[in-house]
Design a protein around this ligand. Structure first.
Ligand code: CO8
Length: 261
């Protein structure tokens, strides 16, 4: 399956010279994720695995109010144990697809990123936020636990104690607090500068070796769950593989020939 650009009901997809922006587009519901939207995300991110034309992905939300205000509470309200579990499994599948996508995925958090929205952002490689962003895991307020991987990824991003505090209290935090605790890497004054900064960083990544970036993503992700000896052994394996890639020869030769700074 290749990258699909058109025909989505809830996604807008744009490819600017290899930088693919995916906009979650359900602004009337603050981009809340219902089943239909989640299945589109699953199909889109599955397609990315076989999309050599995509170098870097930016994930954002339509409008200037919300990245994603969570899973659709109206749809979840009537679920039972079976449909709730299936919904959670679908969400976990999608967040894992994002986390393991071959391309780096940057979350541009342009407003509310709550519950499943915060969890989607957490599955991305890193997050930038606009100054009006509010992030949080309010699930406990609705009588459920976070279930798109949030209990695990939030703790890994900000530490267990901070994650527990946010999960237990259902509190929203603002962009400055998210920056302070390391949940986002940068805060930009508004949506335009947020998208500009995400695009500029995507271009910087694009200028690096494609294989090098992809292997780095793999080894950082995989190494997180290994002990240090196994993790650095994996690092050496990927390092070796880089030398099979023509780009390494071309880039180092260009340095020696002084044809590239
Ligand atoms: N689900 C459905 N609709 C939503 C959601 C949502 N999560 N968030 C907002 N909307 C809708 C509102 O219902 C409203 O629609 P309508 O105009 O038809 O009434 C519209 O968006 C605008 O929202 P508001 O009028 O409420 O706008 P405000 O600016 O007053 O407030 C807020 C914005 C603060 C975002 C507020 O809407 C809110 O608190 N929303 C809920 C946020 C939330 O708690 N999200 C987490 C949901 S739980 C979750 O994500 C669990 C995921 C993991 C579980 C998966 C495993 C099963």
């Amino acid at each position: 399956m290749a990258l699909v650009m058109d025909g989505w009901k809830n996604l807008l997809v744009d490819n600017q010279d290899g930088i693919v922006t995916v906009t979650i587009n359900r602004p009337k519901a603050m981009n809340a994720i219902n089943m239909e939207l989640m299945k589109e995300l699953e199909a889109f991110f599955t397609g990315l695995y076989d999309a050599p034309e995509a170098d870097v992905v930016i994930l954002t939300g339509a409008g200037d109010k919300a990245f994603v205000a969570g899973a659709d509470i109206k749809e979840m309200a009537v679920m039972d144990a079976h449909s709730g579990r299936d919904w959670a499994l679908l969400g976990e599948r999608v967040t894992s697809l994002i986390e393991r996508a071959p391309q780096p995925v940057i979350a541009a958090v342009n407003g509310y990123a709550l519950g499943g929205g915060c969890e989607l952002a957490l599955a991305c490689d890193f997050r930038y936020a606009s100054a009006n962003a509010k992030l949080g895991q309010p699930e406990a307020k609705w009588g459920i636990n976070a279930c798109f991987g949030g209990t695990q990824r939030l703790a890994r991003a900000v530490g267990t104690g901070m994650a527990k505090e946010l999960l237990y209290t259902a509190r929203f935090i603002d962009a400055a607090e998210a920056l302070r605790i390391g949940l986002v890497n940068r805060v930009l004054p508004d949506q335009a500068s947020l998208m500009g900064a995400a695009l500029a960083t995507a271009k910087e990544i694009q200028a690096s070796g494609k294989c090098a970036v992809r292997y780095t993503k793999l080894v950082v992700n995989d190494g997180r769950d290994l002990d240090i000896d196994a993790a650095i052994a994996a690092e050496a394996q990927y390092f070796g593989l880089c030398f099979d890639d023509p780009e390494q020869k071309a880039r180092m030769t260009a340095f020696m020939n002084k044809t590239k700074k």
